[in-house]
Structure formats: C-alpha cells, structure tokens
Write a protein that binds this ligand. Structure first.
Ligand SMILES: [Zn+2]
Length: 367
C-alpha cells in the first residue's frame, strides 16, 4: 500500500518549479516507486532535465488513463508563512508549492492504482501519464503524444484540483502575440515616420468589439477575448517603429482555433502579424455518453455527491491528451481547492487527498 498523503509530502519536498523546468528528481522518485509497485515504467525526456513518465499496469488493450503533471509554478514574490518545500501538515492542511496543483492529485492516482493492483492485474489496465512542462503550455504532453507513447485508452481522468468535483471539460486557450511594424523618426517630425503604436491601437480597439460567430455552449457559454498587454516605443520623442500586444482567447468546443485565428487576423488587417503562443483546444465529454455515465456512477458511489455537468475555468493537459487518445471520455477531478493553485501558502487538505484516492479506486473498479 502507498500512503497518498505521505507521497504528496515527498513530492512537495522536491523542487520542480517551472520555469526553469526540471522534473528529473520527481521522475527519479516516482520511477523507483512505481517500478517497485509492479508498473512498467517508460521514462520519456523532452529536453535537458525535462521528463514525462508513463507507467502501465494490467492486461493488454485499452487502459484507464490517469494523468497529472509534475511541474509547479514559481513561488511568487511575497514570503510564505509555511515552507514551500516543507510539506508540513497543520490543522489538516498539507502546505507547499504544488501541494494542490497538483502533486496531491498525482499521489492520489498512484495510491489508488497500487491499492487496486491485484484487481487491475487480473482484469484491468491502468496507465498513469505523469507529465512535465504543463504549466508553460502542456509541452511535456505534446512531446509525449508526438512520441506515441500513450498507448490505447478507454477513458481519461485528469487529477487537476477541482476540490474533488466531477467536471466534464474546460475551455480552450488560444494566446496570440500580435506585432505591428512602422518606421521611426524624430518625435518633432512624425510625418517622416510611420507610427506602429497607432496601428496597434487601432487593432486593439477593433478587438474590443470582436464578436465570435458561434452558438453558446450549454455549460461553458460563449468564448471570450481579452487584450492583456500592449508594448510600444522606447522614448517619448521618437516615432515607435514596433508595437506588440497579446490576445488571450478562451474557446468553446466546436470552435476551431485555426478559424478563430484567421478571423482575428482579418479583423486586425494586413498591418498586424500574428503568432500563436499557446494553442490548446477546449475539452468536453457529453455527460450522457455511456462511458461518462459509468464514470459519474463511480463518482457518486465513492463521494456521495452528484456528478455535475460543469466545466473548469483553467485548461489542462487534456487539451493535448484527449485528442491524442482518440477523443476518449474525459473527466477532470482531483483534490485541492482550485482557488489555491499558484497562490502563496498553497495547500491541499488531507481529507481531499483521502477522498480522491477513494474516487479513483472506485473508477478503476467500476468505470
Ligand atoms: Zn495544474
């Protein structure tokens, strides 16, 4: 047996902040732990000190896939009250960077699979897909799916923090960098230049009125667009010859990112060049489909709560993994309050970790 709370503490004590990005120590620790527990572990590297792990147990054929990421965000600039790499438990809260997002989820899925190892060995198949590089845009998951190391799947459970709610998807993210060029000149003779800032400003204001030509999703509603940054010019008395702004678009299922990008490009016109920084599609599994119903039934049995047809506010590796696994039924459910993710004094409650293990065990046996 593996104690999910103790494994969460051990993982929190390993620094895997991204940036800079270094999953080597986490991968070493889990490679050994999963190997000892009887898993076939494949270690996949996607850069210097960058690792994914794929651990498989059970019969051949399509597996139940559980996924979590090993990297965490940095600490922020304010001091922590609790050691961010201490993993200390105070009043039922396990503190540390990555405790909630999402080392507790990783530990819970490992503990659940190990607890059900005998059952899985006899009649099941479970694959743990433990990724690096998630926080900077699912780089590990992308590399892993390109390497074709995922195997076949019949469902996907993403252990990101949902406070153990059962969520059927999340919006997609299309982050674009937009660049306008011009010609510099002295600020006293602007007619001799071509002001890139004016071009960018026109584009930004056009985007304020941007309308998505798409129907509302029953759960996620409409897509959204926000211009987050605008940078231009180096000094007050020059005509800026370069202006850049960034656009954060959150999409809904069925809205093709290529089409959105083309439409935004059309709105901005030829004077703006676009480059995609993040391109992760929305994820949604129809709660009425049989595999989702089995997942929901397992969830109800273990938690005593209804599985809601709700979606997460953040995006996950499922944007990459669900399509790579052939569009399998995907649920997002994991320990920890999502509001705690990326915060100072991040914590996950011990009760959440224990409950997540029970939910995952029930999913393994009955979904
Ligand atoms: Zn996360």
């Amino acid at each position: 047996m593996i104690d999910a709370v103790a494994v969460t503490q051990q993982l929190v004590r390993i620094d895997s902040r991204n940036p800079p990005g270094d999953e080597a120590a986490c991968a070493d620790f889990l490679d050994a732990l999963l190997g000892d527990a009887g898993f076939t572990v494949t270690r996949h590297t996607f850069g210097e000190n960058r690792f994914n792990l794929v651990a498989r147990l059970g019969q051949p054929g399509p597996a139940q896939v559980f996924t979590g990421h090993l990297d965490t965000v940095p600490l922020g600039t304010l001091p922590w009250t609790h050691d961010p790499f201490g993993g200390e438990i105070v009043d039922g809260r396990l503190y540390g960077r990555g405790s909630c997002d999402m080392k507790a989820g990783v530990a819970a899925m490992i503990a659940a699979a190990v607890a059900e190892a005998e059952w899985i060995g006899a009649q099941g198949a479970v694959t743990l897909v433990l990724t690096g590089g998630e926080e900077t845009g699912s780089h590990g998951a992308k590399a892993l799916s390109e390497a074709e190391l995922l195997g076949e799947a019949r469902l996907l459970v993403v252990g990101e923090p949902t406070a153990n709610r059962f969520l059927a998807g999340h919006k997609g993210a299309l982050w674009l960098s937009a660049c306008c060029s011009g010609v510099t000149a002295h600020g006293s003779t602007p007619h001799l230049g071509d002001n890139a800032l004016y071009k960018a400003a026109r584009g930004v204001l056009a985007l304020e009125q941007y309308q998505f030509n798409t129907a509302r999703h029953p759960v996620m509603g409409l897509p959204s667009l926000n211009v987050g940054t605008l940078h231009a010019g180096q000094n007050i008395n020059s005509v800026p010859d370069r202006a850049e702004f960034s656009i954060d678009i959150r999409t809904i299922p069925g809205l093709a990112h290529a089409a959105v990008r083309e439409q935004v490009g059309f709105t901005l016109g030829a004077e703006t060049e676009l480059e995609a920084l993040v391109d992760l599609p929305a994820v949604w599994s129809d709660p009425a489909q049989p595999q989702m119903q089995r997942l929901a039934a397992a969830y109800r049995a273990a938690s005593g709560r209804e599985a809601e047809a709700a979606s997460a506010n953040y995006f996950t590796d499922a944007s990459v993994l669900t399509p790579a696994l052939g569009g399998v039924a995907t649920v997002i459910c994991g320990p920890g309050d999502p509001a705690m993710a990326h915060k100072i004094d991040e914590f996950c409650t011990v009760a959440d970790i224990v409950e997540a293990v029970a939910i995952y065990r029930e999913i393994i046996r009955t979904a």
